[in-house]
Design a protein around this ligand. Structure first.
Ligand code: FAD
Length: 461
């Protein structure tokens, strides 16, 4: 039966015209098709169009418009705000369009609009090549890159969007448009942070980098050592080479062989350094941290694709995330950051993270709409829990972290790291001048704001 608002014949027509599959309520697999990463969001679309080709994407958009349905676009389904689903609308699901073609000669990869990090990393690894990817293997490359793209390699290789060479889009009118530095250059500029506002990206081409070796140094400490560890990590990163990335992370000690019994199920402070080089080099560089008196360590060289899976969480947990981007991080800031760890609900999936910025992220001279890239530090509390009864406490904790570090905040924010926090935060994500310029691009490619399930840029009137 066709869902309310869609004529039976129209749905039958869509089913027939798609190379992929249209899944509607009552169909087998509907619940799987509508599920997104954040278990807090339980939306029921009228139809999920599981697209396999560019023509499918154009057909699904047309179907949405003809039937006056809200259109959501889904890559990897990781939007914490749940932007890739809709109640009663159509989901243009790109998940089957995940082909990655690597050209080792030009060190570039053509990546399908629905590919995940694991599709990308597994395709590039055999060539000893990689590019900046998200820190979870199941994140969609599309949503990640179009929003900016922050990952372990960023201080060496730049943000993911800095590595964007070209994109292919289907616009709200169903037209195919190519964007690169030489073709539709204003649109190309807008795709460096402007997210899914301008069309459905069916493929992107990314610059790859040689990555002969990847290493990690992870040191675990009791939470009492946190302030000393975070200070030492801050001082270390301030003069660290671009090869070093990582973060300081408060989390619950997992029942893993490398976690000592006294830390399992307890709050742990971890100092993590990722290093684009050998284990011996990583040990040498991190010498100032190795003498801090840690309770446990993991120091090893490992395939990049394996590192990328290290923080993978199961889908379906309840997620509430936010972030603040800091201009400076004095001792008082460290104390404010660490004191919020003491109030973190434990045991939990929640993580309280400090990411170093700088390196190639800050050095870029590109004028892309990403004002937060000049920040020194990012504080990223991500609340993850299972029981709806913990919602109020979990959400409040994330908000309290933001409030605690706000005195040092730059006032900007990376929108991929936050949920739906209102219009002011979207403006903070781009800056006022960039927003106006993005709105002009939006007016050209999506004047009716068909693609509005995102950190939305309203078309310039
Ligand atoms: P979706 O939910 O499918 O889409 C998110 C948004 O992007 C939607 O508005 C959608 O319309 C749009 N979109 C997606 N694909 C396309 C496309 N092909 N064409 C047009 N629009 C599209 N971010 C980081 O920068 N670094 C990290 O390390 C990182 N780690 C993460 C780990 C986890 C577990 C999760 C849940 C998120 C993480 N993120 C990270 C955030 C992530 O980058 C964003 O949530 C991103 O939008 C996810 O992309 P997606 O395709 O998976 O999401």
């Amino acid at each position: 039966m066709a869902p309310q608002g869609i004529a039976e014949a129209a749905l039958a027509g869509l089913r027939q015209e798609l190379t992929g599959t249209a899944v509607a309520p009552g169909d087998q697999g509907y619940d799987d098709a509508r599920a997104v990463f954040n278990g807090m969001l339980d939306r029921r679309p009228a139809v999920v169009a599981q697209c396999e080709t560019e023509a499918d994407v154009a057909r699904a958009i047309r179907f949405g418009r003809d039937n006056e349905l809200e259109i959501a676009v889904r890559g990897g389904g990781h939007s914490v705000a749940g932007m890739s689903s809709t109640d009663g609308g159509i989901v243009v699901d790109l998940g089957r369009m995940h082909t990655v073609i690597v050209d080792p000669a030009s060190r570039a990869a053509r990546v399908g609009g629905g590919a995940t990090m694991s599709h990308l990393d597994r395709a590039t690894q055999p060539y000893g090549l990689a590019t900046t990817g998200g820190r979870a293997s199941t994140t969609g490359v599309g949503g990640f890159t179009l929003g900016g793209g922050s990952g372990w390699l960023e201080r060496k290789c730049g943000l993911a969007c800095d590595n964007l060479i070209a994109a292919e889009l289907v616009t709200a009118d169903g037209e195919t448009v190519h964007a690169s530095a030489d073709e539709n250059s204003e649109l190309f500029w807008a795709l460096h942070g402007g997210g899914g506002n301008f069309g459905v990206v069916t493929a992107i081409t990314l610059q790859l980098h040689s990555l002969p070796a990847m290493s990690m140094v992870m040191l675990l400490f009791r939470p009492e050592a946190g302030p000393e560890v975070v200070r030492a990590f801050r001082d270390f990163m301030e003069s660290a080479p671009d090869e070093a990335g990582g973060g300081c992370i408060y989390l619950t000690g997992a029942p893993e062989p490398f976690v000592p019994e006294h830390l399992v199920g307890k709050l742990v402070c971890a100092a993590l350094v990722t290093y684009t080089g050998t284990e011996a080099e990583a040990r040498q560089v991190t010498e100032p941290l190795l003498g801090l008196g840690h309770d446990a360590e993991v120091i090893s060289e490992l395939p990049y694709a394996e590192l990328q899976c290290m923080l993978d969480d199961p889908p379906g947990m309840r997620n509430y995330w936010s972030a603040e981007y800091l201009d400076s991080f004095p001792d008082e800031g460290v104390d404010a950051f660490c004191s919020r760890a003491d109030t973190m609900p434990v045991p939990t999936g929640t993580q309280h993270v400090l990411f170093p910025m700088g390196g190639a992220v800050a050095r870029s001279e590109a004028d892309y709409p990403l004002p937060w890239r000049t920040a020194q530090w990012a504080v990223h509390p991500f609340g993850i829990w299972e029981d709806p009864a913990d919602d109020v406490r979990g959400i409040q904790w994330v908000r309290d972290v933001r409030a605690a570090v706000r005195p040092w905040s730059q006032g900007t924010v990376y929108l991929n790291f936050i949920g739906d926090e209102g219009r002011g935060r979207v403006l903070a994500g781009f800056g006022e001048d960039n927003y106006k310029r993005l709105a002009a691009v939006k007016a050209k490619y999506d004047p009716s704001n068909v693609f509005r399930r995102n950190h939305n840029i309203k078309p310039l009137r």
